[in-house]
Design a protein. Structure first.
Length: 288
C-alpha cells in the first residue's frame, strides 16, 4: 500500500458511512479547511482502515466530519513520552532525561478532531486546570518488538498531530500521570495520516499550538530530546507494539501551566504541524 496523506472521514452526503482516502488537493490543510466550512474533496480508497487502505476506487467524496486516523480498538493503549523537548524541560525546571519517560493513555482517551467536542471532565472543572500539549504522533504500521534504532522506521506507518489534554491539578497531586492524562477524549489526533516517506526527517517539521488564535507554542522538531527511532526502539524492548499503536512524542515549551493560560469551556485550541500534516482543531466543552 502506497499513500501520501490519508484521511478517515464521514462523507457529507451519507453520515452512515466511514471512508478512507487522499485529499484531491495535496496541499490543502484539511483541518483548517473543514473548520472554515470549506468543502474538501477526497479520492476514496477501497479499504476501511488506514492500516490497510487498499487502493483508489476512482470515486470521490466530500468530507462531512473528520475522524481520528485510527480507531480506538486499532490504537489500543496509547504510548506517551513525557519531557521530550529541551526547552520544555527548562520551563518545567526539570533535568534532561537520560532515557524516555513513558506514561499511558487508555484507548478510550482517543478522540476525533473538531467538530467532535473535546471534553473537560466535570470533576476537574472547579480546579481550572485543563491544559493543552501540542505533539507529533507516530502510528505503527506493523507489529513491532525488540527492534533496533536502525530498523525502527521500518515499523512506522506515518505521522499525525495530537493534543495531550491534561488535568494539572490531578497530575501534580500524584507521582504518575496516567490518571490525570487518561480521561475520556483526552487524546484527539488528526486531521490526516502522512506517510513516513512524505515526511522524511521529522526535524524538518515545525509545530505550533494556538489558543483562540494566539500562538502559545512554537518549536521546530529539532528540539526533541529523543528521536522517533530512539522512541520506537525503546518502547519495543520486551513489549509488542501492535500494528495501529499510537505514540505521542512529547510537547514543546509554552504549555498552559507555565503561561498561566488554562483551557476553559468554549476555547479553541489548534495543533499545527507543517508541512504536510496541517491543523488539528479542538473546541473545549465542559462535561455535563
Amino acid at each position: 500500500m502506497s499513500f501520501s496523506r490519508l484521511v478517515r472521514f464521514v462523507p457529507k452526503d451519507d453520515d452512515s458511512k466511514v471512508l478512507i482516502g487522499e485529499p484531491v488537493d495535496s496541499q490543502v490543510d484539511v483541518g483548517a479547511a473543514v473548520r472554515k466550512g470549506e468543502d474538501v474533496e477526497v479520492n476514496v480508497y477501497s479499504g476501511t482502515s488506514v492500516l490497510d487502505a487498499g487502493s483508489p476506487t476512482g470515486n470521490k467524496a466530500t468530507i462531512g466530519r473528520i475522524l481520528s486516523p485510527v480507531t480506538a480498538p486499532e490504537a489500543g493503549t496509547i504510548r506517551c513520552i513525557g519531557l521530550n523537548y529541551k526547552k520544555h524541560a527548562e520551563e518545567a525546571k526539570m533535568s534532561i532525561p537520560e532515557i524516555p519517560t513513558l506514561f499511558l493513555k487508555p484507548a478510550t482517551a482517543l478522540a476525533d478532531p473538531y467538530p467532535a467536542p473535546t471534553p473537560i471532565p466535570k470533576h476537574t472543572i472547579d480546579s481550572d486546570s485543563a491544559d493543552y500539549e501540542s505533539e507529533l504522533a507516530i502510528i505503527i504500521g506493523k507489529d513491532c518488538k525488540n527492534v533496533s534504532e536502525a530498523d525502527a522506521l521500518d515499523y512506522v506507518l506515518g505521522y499525525t498531530a495530537s493534543n495531550d489534554i491534561s488535568s494539572r491539578a490531578s497530575q501534580f497531586a500524584q507521582t504518575q500521570w496516567c490518571y490525570s492524562k487518561g480521561f475520556d477524549g483526552s487524546c484527539p489526533i488528526g486531521p490526516v495520516l502522512v506517510s513516513k516517506e512524505v515526511v522524511g526527517d521529522v526535524g524538518g517539521l515545525k509545530l505550533r499550538g494556538l489558543k483562540n488564535g494566539k500562538v502559545v507554542q512554537d518549536s521546530p522538531l529539532t528540539d526533541l530530546i529523543f528521536s522517533v527511532q530512539e522512541i520506537v526502539s525503546f518502547l519495543s524492548q520486551g513489549t509488542t507494539l501492535p500494528k495501529g499503536t499510537v505514540i505521542i512524542t512529547g510537547t514543546p515549551a509554552g504549555v498552559g501551566f507555565a503561561r498561566k493560560e488554562m483551557l476553559r469551556d468554549g476555547d479553541e485550541f489548534v495543533v499545527e504541524i507543517l508541512p504536510h500534516i496541517g491543523s488539528l482543531y479542538n473546541v473545549m466543552k465542559n462535561e455535563q
